[in-house]
Design a protein around this ligand. Structure first.
Ligand SMILES: N[C@@H](CCC(=O)N[C@@H](CS)C(=O)NCC(=O)O)C(=O)O
Length: 206
């Protein structure tokens, strides 16, 4: 299986993290989004959105990071990352849908305004956009923090695909200035994930 990724992409970090934890060796190819490689016709055949991550397995190509981590877990041997019971699986899917619909969109505003905009030469951060983002971000962060106050991992009592899908968005939290002050349970949970060899081996600098 081959993963098209970019080292700074939090979405592409998910399948890399999942593969490392599941013991799956992936062939990887960096797509230099900043050089426009996402729009190459050969890549658009694999993913018409021109985005990473994109996975190919033979003639099957799959995009959307949460679909990819589910595919990897389904292909792997039985793993506690994707427990074999309906309730845990539905719970994991719940967090993955929440990540896509609420958490990532809230976080991405900081990433765009505070990092990407200057990299792309699109001017200074827009204070109005950041102010609007704060409200959405705090609603999500409070929900996540309150949940993690009750349990160490998002689903059950060990790490699952839910953590793999929700945590990577935090990889740029400091440089993108996410307003995380006071969310101690999120910090403690993320610190545990950051210490995993699978996390350090998928750092952009690794
Ligand atoms: N919902 C998608 C988001 C993927 C995404 O937005 N990837 C960004 C990199 S972080 C990308 O490839 N952007 C290139 C573009 O929009 O042209 C997923 O979870 O896979």
């Amino acid at each position: 299986m081959k993963l098209y990724y970019h080292p700074f992409s939090p979405f592409a970090r998910k399948p890399r993290l999942a593969a490392a934890l599941l013991g799956i060796e992936l062939e990887t190819e960096k797509v230099d989004l900043f050089a426009g490689e996402g729009q190459r016709p050969e890549f658009l055949k694999l993913n018409p959105q021109g985005k990473v991550p994109t996975l190919t397995d033979g003639d099957f190509s799959l995009w959307e990071s949460n679909a990819i981590v589910l595919y990897l877990a389904s292909k792997a041997a039985k793993s506690p990352l994707w427990p074999d019971d309906a309730r845990s699986r539905a719970d994991i899917l719940r967090w993955q849908f929440w990540e896509t619909s609420s958490w990532a969109p809230a976080c991405m505003v900081y990433l765009y305004e505070n990092i990407l905009k200057s990299m792309l030469g699109r001017g200074d951060p827009d204070a109005e956009e950041l102010k609007k983002a704060d409200e959405k971000f705090h609603r999500c962060a409070k929900l996540l923090n309150d949940h993690l106050a009750k349990q160490a991992w998002l689903v059950g009592d060990s790490m699952t695909l839910a953590d793999i899908s929700v945590a990577p968005t935090l990889m740029h939290a400091e440089s993108a200035k996410y307003p995380l002050a006071g969310y101690d349970h999120i910090r403690a949970w993320f610190d545990k994930i950051r210490q995993l060899p699978a996390w350090t081996s998928t750092e952009p600098s690794a």
